[in-house]
Design a protein around this ligand. Structure first.
Ligand SMILES: *Cc1c(COP(=O)(O)O)cnc(C)c1O
Length: 454
């Protein structure tokens, strides 16, 4: 008689119908389609994993943001934060909607020019602008946001022998009640550094001080902070006017509005804690209206909103590779989406759901990616239904930073597809192939032959 192999017993709590910590039904709502295109069709046509962007959502979100500000303040201009998502198709949607470009490197600057953005509609931020970058930006009449004094001196030496003036603003870091405070970029408000930089610029030929800029941080869930920051920039605007009779043309409040994603460790879901565009707009425009800036010289309000404009429009589709039972009894699911494709999984508890209706029974599950790396974890612990190999999952709200901070690692990066406003799908970036991967590799002559004798 043959001995039956031993199988370790597992005790599972049945979670079906059990309310979550808010007393709500803990049912997972599947995402079966995006803008009326089914997830199954998308994966069948374009493969898995797959990034999907909704053009409709981008445009609707952008219009909502613009409306929130323009109904409160007449002069508003958005500039698309390239580093948040610089797929050319995405940038073009924003530019078609009227957005300028906000770039933080020579590479992004070149991208904006290639996308057809006129030089004078490019805002050039960041601590690393080379002499060549600065020369081109001055030539094109772009708005250069100075980060430190060495950059100021570099510009001064470029414009000294030129008939072109540099159109500049300074980036200002300040205490808006957000801690830890970001003070590594720009000039400090409270210790007088910003005022010092302003005086240097105002007293040096070749500069035209057009604006004041701040970017107080990212994923800021208190709109009040923007009110405090705006008030401080408005104070400098008034002070410049008093001393130099010079009118600041724009105040740029940067980005940083939160998206509806949930931060790791947060008690409440991001969908409950994320302020609306109206909340931010109210605090910023109120601070401008209540400032001492002369009424006939109110500055244009620039905004460089990134994640809040694009996160909702991005989806990552994937498939189940395997189910596993860990030695401690926990359930594990392996999917084909790794952290290399989901950089934001380092700080967000991403919402991940099946792409089809599943059984009601759920179990505490760890969701792993496909990489042969211990840290490749998409969700540490999530109540998840049973899914079979080959079934599809959807991670939503991934439009911001994942398609720029993705890592080429172990696997080829997959296609990105955009669903247009009519429901047609377009590839907006191809997947990588062995050809793209080897394009930049060079093997020195003496390493080209391999001795297979040993
Ligand atoms: C990254 C960045 C933005 C966009 O920030 P979000 O938090 O995504 O809105 C805007 N301005 C500057 C200067 C940035 O560096």
């Amino acid at each position: 008689m043959q001995k039956i192999p031993y199988e370790k017993p597992v005790i599972n709590r049945i979670n079906a119908g059990v309310p979550d910590k808010f007393g709500m039904k803990s049912r997972i709502q599947p995402i079966t389609q995006i803008d009326d295109v089914t997830v199954r069709d998308l994966v069948q046509q374009y493969g898995s994993p797959l990034y999907v962007l909704s053009e409709k959502t981008i445009r609707n979100t952008y219009k909502k943001a613009v409306d929130a500000f323009k109904t409160r303040y007449p002069k508003v201009q958005f500039a698309w934060s390239y580093k948040t998502n610089y797929l050319n198709a995405v940038c073009q949607v924003f530019h078609q909607e009227g957005s300028w470009a906000e770039v933080v490197s020579g590479f992004e600057y070149e991208k904006a020019i290639a996308n057809g953005v006129p030089g004078e509609k490019i805002i050039f931020n960041g601590p690393d602008k080379t002499r060549k970058d600065l020369t081109v930006a001055i030539d094109n009449g772009s708005l250069i946001h100075i980060d430190h004094l060495d950059e100021f001196y570099e510009i001064a030496s470029i414009v000294k022998n030129s008939d072109k003036k540099a159109k500049v603003a300074i980036r200002i870091n300040l205490d808006a009640g957000i801690y830890p405070q970001w003070f590594r970029f720009g000039f400090n408000f409270e210790n007088g550094e910003a005022w010092n930089a302003i005086n240097k610029i105002m007293q040096t030929p070749g500069f035209e001080l057009q604006g004041l800029h701040t970017h107080i941080g990212t994923y800021i869930i208190s709109p009040q902070a923007y009110g405090i920051a705006t008030t401080k920039l408005a104070q400098l605007t008034v002070r410049i006017h008093h001393k130099y009779n010079h009118h600041i043309q724009y105040i740029d409040m940067g980005g940083g509005f939160a998206s509806k994603n949930t931060l790791k460790g947060a008690y409440l879901p991001g969908t409950d804690t994320c302020p609306g565009f109206d909340d931010y707009a109210e605090h910023i425009t109120e601070a401008l209206h209540n400032s001492d800036i002369p009424y006939d010289h109110m500055p244009t309000l620039f905004l460089e909103t990134g994640r809040a404009l694009i996160d909702d429009a991005g989806f990552l589709l994937g498939s189940v590779i395997a189910n596993k039972r860990l030695p401690d009894g926990r359930k594990a699911l392996i999917i084909d989406i790794g952290i290399n494709l989901l950089f934001t999984s380092f700080w967000y508890e991403h919402n991940i759901v099946p792409a089809q209706h599943t059984q009601l029974d759920m179990e505490n599950t760890t969701i792993y990616g496909p990489l042969c790396m211990n840290i490749d974890i998409i969700r540490e612990a999530i109540n998840f239904p049973v899914m079979e190999k080959g079934e599809h999952v959807v991670i939503n709200r991934i439009g911001a930073y994942n398609m720029t901070q993705w890592l080429q690692f172990i696997n080829y990066r997959p296609k990105v597809v955009m669903i247009d406003t009519k429901g047609n799908t377009h590839i907006v970036r191809e997947e990588e192939t062995s050809e793209t991967m080897n394009q930049l590799d060079r093997v020195p002559e003496h390493l080209k032959s391999v001795n297979n004798d040993h």
